[in-house]
Design a protein around this ligand. Structure first.
Ligand code: ATR
Length: 277
């Protein structure tokens, strides 16, 4: 059987850990595969993915800034991708059609529960951000049974647009960034902003958002998560977790979708943490 080919598409994509993760999973499971990182500009993305999947590519992960385009080019959408309007997993079906799925939210919940030992059910949750990452997190948190969800975003209109898409007015509230200082403390605070990725200064969060029992989770990892996790520790939060485990869970979910085998995410995460700065 020829080697199965997979890839992650992004722009930029050189920093992606997906090729390493899929190589680790392939080693664990003895599956012969090739996994590439393909840089495609927004203009080239659709053509590049189509030609990859129409030749010998079996599946693709999609990262920034292409998640909405990945949804748009697919022939079939899973229920979760349909709700979000974005996709991070593309699969070539046996009949040649392309299926789009989003497993970012599932990956976040799996990591929250299994590694961070944080159960969102019944908690009052503050979600920082209203972009693509926040959207997947918000649906997952509400699905998981949070008592309430407050969405705060620097640009208030985007928070309102996200709230409208979530359509759960009884459990959902939008807060202007400037009103965070007056908010009561939360049980769980999730950072889904991309602050810290660029060289702009991170937002100043009031310490009053936290109490000693407050759990915190950042969807990003490495230097991008630094400012938020530093804030959480300084504010005395009970737990401050980064999102590296979420990345591993989403990769493991893609691997399982494509190969029908669930790889050992804990072992892969351990291997990754040992090599990251
Ligand atoms: P992603 O798909 O990673 O969520 P995005 O759609 O560009 O990327 O969203 C980035 C999020 O981070 C937005 O909520 C953005 O706030 P705005 O909607 O006001 O742009 C937020 N963000 C980025 N930099 C920020 C900063 N320095 N302070 C506060 N919020 C920031």
């Amino acid at each position: 059987m020829p080697t199965q080919r997979y890839a992650v598409f992004g722009h930029p994509v050189a920093h992606s850990l997906s090729p390493r993760l899929h190589a680790l999973f392939a080693e664990q499971t003895g599956i012969d595969l090739e996994y590439l990182a393909i840089d495609a500009s927004p203009e080239d993305f659709e053509g590049a993915v189509r030609s990859f999947l129409e030749t010998d590519g079996c599946g693709a992960n999609v990262t920034l800034p292409h998640k909405a385009r990945a949804f748009g080019l697919a022939d079939v959408h899973t229920a979760m991708a349909g709700r979000l309007g974005v996709a991070n997993v593309l699969t070539r079906l046996p009949d040649g059609r392309i299926e789009a799925d989003s497993n970012d939210g599932a990956g976040m919940l799996a990591d929250l529960r299994a590694r961070c030992r944080i159960e969102p059910r019944g908690r009052d949750v503050l979600l920082l951000g209203a972009g693509g990452a926040a959207r997947a997190a918000a649906f997952a948190l509400l699905d998981a049974g949070t008592q309430s969800l407050v969405v705060a975003n620097r640009t208030l209109d985007r928070a309102h647009a996200l709230a409208a898409a979530l359509a759960q007015p009884a459990r959902l509230r939008v807060l202007a960034w400037g009103d965070l200082a007056a908010a009561a403390p939360f049980g769980l605070i999730v950072n889904a902003t991309s602050a810290g990725l660029r060289h702009d200064s991170p937002p100043a969060l009031p310490r009053t958002l936290a109490q000693p029992h407050t759990m915190t989770y950042d969807l990003s990892y490495g230097p991008a998560a630094g400012w938020f996790l530093d804030w959480a520790r300084a504010a005395g939060c009970a737990r401050a977790c980064d999102g590296l485990g979420m990345l591993v869970e989403t990769a493991a979910g893609s691997f399982e979708r494509w190969h029908g085998v669930r790889p050992d995410a804990d072992a892969a995460l351990g291997a990754l943490r040992r090599t990251l700065p």
